[in-house]
Design a protein around this ligand. Sequence first.
Ligand SMILES: [Zn+2]
Length: 274
Amino acid sequence: MSGRSWTFVSMSLACATPVTMAATSSAPLMRFTRLTSVVRTVLWDIRQRFSPRPMPASVDVMDLFDPVLFEQLVALRRDIHRHPELSWNETRTALRICEFLEQHGIANQKDVAGTGVVANIPAATGAPIIALRADTDALPIHEETGLPFASEVDGVMHACGHDGHTSMLLGAAVLLARGPDLPAPVRLIFQPAEELGRGAPAMIDAGVLDGVGMIFGGHLDRHYPTGTVIVTDGPVNAASDRFSIEIRGSGGHAARPHETVDAVVVGSLLVIAI
Ligand SMILES: [Zn+2]
């Protein structure tokens, strides 16, 4: 990747919960439409960077709305929610992704870095590729929501919203593939094993960022009002990472603890201080 200029833009896509996203009232329809509108607006923005052209005065977001597609996405998201899969085991999820893409005429490549899926939407321009990324794995948590589409797998749940991310990216894929001609080619990256922090490097090693000039990642976030889309330049969410701290104590007699350095006490204070 040396010698290449990378711009990472993080999007936090706010929804009260993935559940509200799957409701069928007009509010979520508007949110879905708004989201796809944002994606197109961002793409226009990017085209301005590489190939300046007059921008349309306005974009009518309702032009993008498709109630049939929306219902398909709700059904797909609930199906994925019912069948959550842990990191590196997302085989059924990958199959559903590929099926959906193929139903909508979007060529795709599966088994990327194991259980990843990649699809490309071409454009007539030679602009660098814009990548949109979703994660696909679930967590080792037992679902107790009582929802009609709750997890059918004991001890595994889509508790982080990746079922929503996957469905949203598929919706964006279909709308972007419909045209009009895109200002830049778009690559859709369905990344496994986000929860382990290992899926992204594995996908990069597999070459999914080759030719990519900019990448967008999104995450549902219940801390913002439903229907809000937060876009910012640079990192917005914490990364999964590990570190170790070594605390060295000093022993002594139990009757004189003040003459020792108790590593347990220091460790306890350290946890609070952090
Ligand atoms: Zn997550």
